[in-house]
Design a protein around this ligand. Sequence first.
Ligand SMILES: [Zn+2]
Length: 373
Amino acid sequence: MSTHLPDGAKAVAIDILIHGPRSRAQLAKDLGSSAPTLTRLVKPLLAAGVLVETDAVHTPGRGRSSVPLDVVPDAWRFVGVKLTSESVYAVTTNLRAEVLDSETIPAPSLEVSAVVTAVAGIVERLRGRAGRELDAVGVTVGGLVEDGKTVADSPFLHWAQVPFRRLLAAEMAPPVFLANDVVGLTRAQQWFGHGRSSRDFALLTVGAGVGYGLVMDDRVVPTTVSPVSHLAIDPHGPLCPWGHRGCMSSYVTSPAMTAAVAQAHRRAVTYDEVLDLAGGGDAAARRVVDEAAHALGRAVSAITSLTGVERIILSGEGIRLVDVGRAALHAGRLEYPGARASGVDPVVVRPMDFLEWARGAAVVAIQGVFPQR
Ligand SMILES: [Zn+2]
């Protein structure tokens, strides 16, 4: 699919992609452009097959300006890859970020060249199964990604200053885009999730770490290493790996929670087991889950107070914490009363699994091809 289109034309395609099919007249109105300008912008999109006129039924008396235009999502193929220290998760999507295929493999090792080879291999297999060329590949990792090019610091992969985009691009034909994993999830919500109805929103993820993404006025606000990960909750709380007492990471991450319950029971436990034990009334697990959920509630209040976002999306692979610790989460939120007076609960929960992370990476690729102005 050709992507050599003027920025103005791409903006029309992006608007239709996010907000759905509309007529030329409605698009001109929504985008604040004149009808002739809109018609000029649409022409190359129709010629390139990016847009189609969808009105199958001809209505007498209706002009061309009333025929709805839509994107052709299946004219495109993107691959998104999310790296963790244990596995490589990959999905193939169309332009609407609908997952068409997926593959998960164990991470070969954390050695950079081995990871590059593994990513190139999984992308090639997905391309082969798609039966056509890929339009772009998006790759996300936990940690600090600079300029979309360099993994500056990833505590999960134990990488520092790795020029990962260049290394990947040398091994594959399609354009490669690199981003932080939470940024990928945030972008997926921005275009294809809850963000479609909110210009301002925050995303808070729980799981192996605590992730934070912020969109203000339709733009992803760049954040360095998650400012919420080590937000102070209780000065008398447990220690996090960085030596903070009672920060978010000391309560909410899956390693912190499993370690605390394992210590109480003198045996190893998994994250799901911690939640199951808490749900079944185990005192130690209940306390750990409630403290984590309470800390999450405090963080939610802090974020809504600090940013004024109208919506906060809770997600991440550890999101079942919200179900098991619902009452404690609520109590934590109430400790900052008045943070939100509109009466509308800003919190929504987005269930997810690891493929959702890979889908976020695919959205990084989609937005790489269709950059938002
Ligand atoms: Zn900390």
